[in-house]
Design a binder for this molecule. Structure first.
Ligand SMILES: Cc1cc2nc3c(=O)[nH]c(=O)nc-3n(C[C@H](O)[C@H](O)[C@H](O)COP(=O)(O)O)c2cc1C
Length: 176
């Protein structure tokens, strides 16, 4: 898929997924896209765990109260390490946001659907803690987001975006 087509096509899919598996090679490509994202001072604070074990996906899915999660045949668990870029300046949130967007675009380009599930993971500290226990994640890493991956069974609901002229301008604020 052409880059700009993938950008336009990406949206948060919260419907059912087909049971057809996600090839391990595709999951690898998606993870590589995430790791290729920029990071503040090249600290590379983002790590990811690809999941294609149905039992594990079910266990993690039951922890996250989101319809987008439980039924996907694959998933990515996104981890961050809170390390400073320099002095006491931290970029790790920006780092994992960039990595997630790269992965969402790769997921779309490969013909899969996904959703950036963060609020429903970090909203209750028990959820990242329990995911960490299930996936043997060392304590210096925090679980920050979960991306289901699979072929969408139907069309999800796309949001309405504000018009271009309300959010982007040329050569000065509010100038067209
Ligand atoms: C930081 C962040 C956290 C998010 N957390 C959730 C979430 O927990 N559950 C969910 O269904 N969507 C979540 N989303 C997806 C947003 O709701 C979605 O991106 C937004 O409504 C715009 O829709 P679109 O992705 O289809 O363009 C999150 C997105 C971001 C960037």
């Amino acid at each position: 898929m052409e880059f700009f087509e993938a950008v336009k096509k990406r949206y948060s899919y919260r419907g059912k997924y087909r049971s057809s598996p996600v090839a391990r090679g595709d999951l690898q490509k998606i993870l590589e896209a995430g790791l290729a994202a920029p990071s503040g001072c090249n600290t590379q604070t983002t790590s990811c765990i690809g999941l294609d074990d149905p039992e594990l996906i079910r266990s993690v899915g039951t922890l996250i109260k989101s319809s987008a999660v439980t039924v996907a045949p694959a998933a990515i668990c996104v981890l961050t390490q809170r390390k400073p870029g320099y002095a006491d300046v931290y970029f790790n949130v920006q780092d994992y946001a960039a990595a997630i967007e790269n992965m969402l675009l790769a997921i779309t380009a490969l013909g899969y659907a996904s959703c950036w599930i963060e609020g429903q993971v970090t909203g209750d500290p028990k959820i990242p803690a329990e995911i960490g226990r299930l996936l043997n994640i060392p304590p210096e890493y925090s679980v920050v987001a979960y991306l289901p991956v699979g072929v969408a069974e139907g069309e999800g609901k796309r949001p309405r975006y504000k018009p271009f002229a309300e959010r982007a301008w040329f050569n000065g604020f509010g100038k067209n």
